[in-house]
Ligand binder design. Structure first.
Ligand code: ADP
Ligand code: MG
Length: 267
């Protein structure tokens, strides 16, 4: 019998992972010798330039994609395909325009063949908690971009995953909404003790939301560095992302990561 996962078992682990895409135009090396270990309940951001393999990394963790070499583990067990333990939230909300907000929020549960009465109850509770209680019977087009992303979050959390993968979930939003929503979502994921992996190319978003920021190099993506992000908060509690942005430490982290990302304006 397999040993139970102990407190020391990482929630998510990548061991020497390589990923090569094989296509008509030849081979693309997307990730090279990536090893990352993420503890239960940790909130980690992964940053890197466009095309460095960030989405590929999340696809590997979600079990949609298998590594060319190396191993991906969830609770100490090799990932062999998609798992109910993992929820995925994307930049596009992919809401179905003909379904009500509530029916959109239960979509994941429906696909998994879950008890739909319970799923509807859970989705309604989540939507209400996220300030959308009055919109359960509305259609997506009646909602703002920020509200739609909250529906997408409710849909992701409705299936009760332990691990939440976020692939640039705020990138399509205006900057005001983006700040407010990233703040809300970070608070929600912490309160619900989810293990969260946020992929972004926005340094400020990473530093303000995550307790750890991993930098990937340009393609093929390798782990370039791994930073613990600490704020001198009251009683060791983490400030909300908005408060973190106003803290004394924020600019130091921002500048260090900016240097590492080797951001160059093209042209
Ligand atoms: P990021 O999310 O950091 O922008 P991706 O993980 O999407 O990067 O892609 C990493 C690299 O792999 C890019 O060069 C991209 O063009 C390539 N790539 C992504 N998906 C495929 C695919 N299905 N087939 C071939 N190449 C791909
Ligand atoms: Mg991407």
């Amino acid at each position: 019998m397999a040993a139970p996962a102990s407190a020391a078992t990482p929630k998510v682990e990548l061991r020497n992972v390589n990923l090569r895409y094989f296509g008509l135009e030849g081979e693309t090396e997307a990730l090279k010798d990536v090893s990352i270990s993420i503890a239960p309940g940790e909130f980690v951001a992964i940053i890197g330039q466009s095309g460095c393999g960030k989405s590929t990394l999340l696809s590997l963790i979600s079990g949609i994609l298998m590594p060319t070499d190396g191993t991906v583990l969830l609770d100490g067990k090799p990932v062999t395909g998609p798992s109910r333990k993992v929820g995925y939230m994307l930049q596009q909300d992919y809401l179905f325009e003909w379904r009500t907000i509530l029916e959109n929020a239960v979509l994941g549960a429906e696909i998994q063949g879950a008890d739909m009465a319970k799923a509807r109850e859970r989705a309604a509770a989540l939507l209400t908690r996220y300030g959308l209680g009055q919109f359960l019977r509305h259609l997506p087009r009646q909602l703002s971009g920020g509200m739609r992303q909250r529906v997408a979050l409710a849909r992701t959390l409705c299936t009760e995953p332990d691990v939440v993968l976020l692939d640039e979930p705020f990138a399509a939003l205006d900057s005001q909404t983006r700040l407010a929503l990233s703040d809300e979502i970070a608070v929600i994921l912490r309160r619900e003790k989810k293990t969260a992996i946020l992929v972004t190319h926005d340094i400020g978003e990473a530093v303000s939301m995550a307790e750890r920021v991993i930098v990937l190099s340009r393609r093929p993506g390798r782990v370039k560095s791994d930073h613990a992000i600490r704020f001198a908060g009251a009683h060791g509690t983490r400030p909300t992302p908005l408060a973190a942005r106003n803290s004394a430490e924020f600019n130091g982290y921002f500048n260090a990561l900016w240097q590492e990302l080797e951001v160059h304006v093209e042209g």
